[in-house]
Design a protein around this ligand. Sequence first.
Ligand SMILES: Cc1cc2nc3c(=O)[nH]c(=O)nc-3n(C[C@H](O)[C@H](O)[C@H](O)COP(=O)(O)O)c2cc1C
Length: 303
Amino acid sequence: MTDLSVALGPVLMRSPLVAASGTVGSVVDFAGVGALEAYGAAVAKSVSGTPWPGNPDPRLASTGAGMLNAIGIQNPGVATWVDDVGLLLPGLSVPVWGSVVGKTVGEFVEVAGKLAATAIEAIEINLSCPNLAGEAIWALDAEATGAVVRAVRSAVDKPIGAKLSPNAQDIVAIARAALKGGADWLVLTNTISGAAIDIETRRPLLSRTTGGYSGPPLKPIALRCVIEVRSAFPEAQIVGCGGVRSGSDVVEYLLAGATAVAIGTAHFERPRIGRTIMRQVRAYCERNGVDRVSDLIGAVRPW
Ligand SMILES: Cc1cc2nc3c(=O)[nH]c(=O)nc-3n(C[C@H](O)[C@H](O)[C@H](O)COP(=O)(O)O)c2cc1C
């Protein structure tokens, strides 16, 4: 029987699979439809200091190859989140990570502090949402990334991951800032900016015109980020994220150097896909004489 556990920095996970933020609701919502037992952790939708209304419809679109979204981090604000979701976390069959978003360093710190007082296992700092009106993506700037991570690090004791953007011109520079700021791991990556137009109506498919592009076409881009960061920082702990929909995709991210691998968009088509993916990972390991899934981490063979 393959040992599926992995150690992501200070966090011991029973499985390398992570349910990606924004694709499993508050996790509480997902418990009735998803296969939570397949995951080592599930990340709740990002939450801010005050309620954010999100963007107007249409804010989700299928492009034929991948998906566009411009939800705009609609969320009830951290106080309501703590009351409505935080109290239910101990009843879930999966460790939950909170996800923090903010417009200022102070907002990140405030939200992280409130989330840390609940039963969440860890905190993901979302520095990479590409569809907030008039807001820059924090993770395009090394200094801004470092400032947020440092401030959250000094405010909370729980493990923290920094979620970065594939839009960054130099992902290694941003990763360096996040690691130096005290992130226990990096999540590579969030969605990449994209757009699509309906040629009959001549309108963009999203009300905000551009949004975050996710799904299978994102995989080679996010995988490249994992490879570049792992090569620059061999000890860095990484959660690979982008376009995963099979066990082979998970193995690919592990070989590239990720310790855990997140599933996002695939949940919209098949909420219970985590179970199938875990079965496929186990079958790969058995076929290839791999006793521990952790033996695959970074085991790519360079040319
Ligand atoms: C509808 C939707 C909402 C999302 N909301 C969030 C969010 O609130 N916070 C976050 O960090 N990432 C969010 N993401 C990004 C995903 O967590 C993930 O990083 C991205 O979709 C790439 O993975 P995938 O190709 O497997 O979907 C969202 C993605 C989608 C499709």
